[in-house]
Design a protein around this ligand. Sequence first.
Ligand code: AMP
Length: 259
Amino acid sequence: MRTARTIEGLRRELGAQAGSVGLVPTMGALHAGHEALIRAARAENEVVVVSLFVNPAQFDEGADLAAYPRDEEGDAELAAAAGADLLFVPPPEEIYPPGFQTWVDVERLSRGLEGDHRPSHFRGVATVCLKLFNIVRPQRAYFGQKDAQQVAVVRRLVRDLDLEVEIRSIPTVRDPDGLALSSRNGRLSAAEREAALALPRALATRDLAAARAALASLDVDYVEIADFDPPVLAAAVRVGSTRLIDNVVLGSNDTVEET
Ligand code: AMP
């Protein structure tokens, strides 16, 4: 596996490769959820590119950005073992050069749920995804169903701007206790992790009222049914200083107990 840190370097590496390209955009601190995306990309493409970029534009809180876990060495090991060919690790100024002022706003889908609590989050997500699609020019890009609103926003972006990339959504990978894997889980104390398990348990009811009742003891940002394709029961909670999101697809038989 090779690592590129500049757009020019990445394009040079890609120029030396033939065949379809699959892109897995991530913010690093890779875990088995990211691994599932990389393996899915490996199965369908000749060339697999994994980007590690903690995108400042999608953080509303500076403290959350500063505290975001970073482990490039561990990430490189996991990505290579999962079958990545190229790691793209740009510094922020490579993606946002001085004077940067062009943003993509997927209007309605960026409001509600996460958008109500993180006002400029999806503008940052949509913009960096469009940039990564332009830089890497993948045939397919892989996203986790765990971030259901993100998948909906990116699919809309692709349709509205006639981008030639297929968006693949991969089921949420969970720990055996049901908690969805997240780079932020490492911040939870043992007691907080126990409290956080209320989130997958509440969603497992697949019932809005029951989920709200089950989360009553937590600091809840929202519990809602979202009319995405497919529809999901989605929630966000704060446990200590950590914010966790999760969802289950409605009208399907995947369960939150599955790992
Ligand atoms: P992140 O690094 O958190 O931005 O995530 C990068 C990609 O991995 C996104 O498409 C996420 O939805 C996906 N992802 C994160 N956690 C999981 C998980 N537990 N299962 C499946 N995909 C995930």
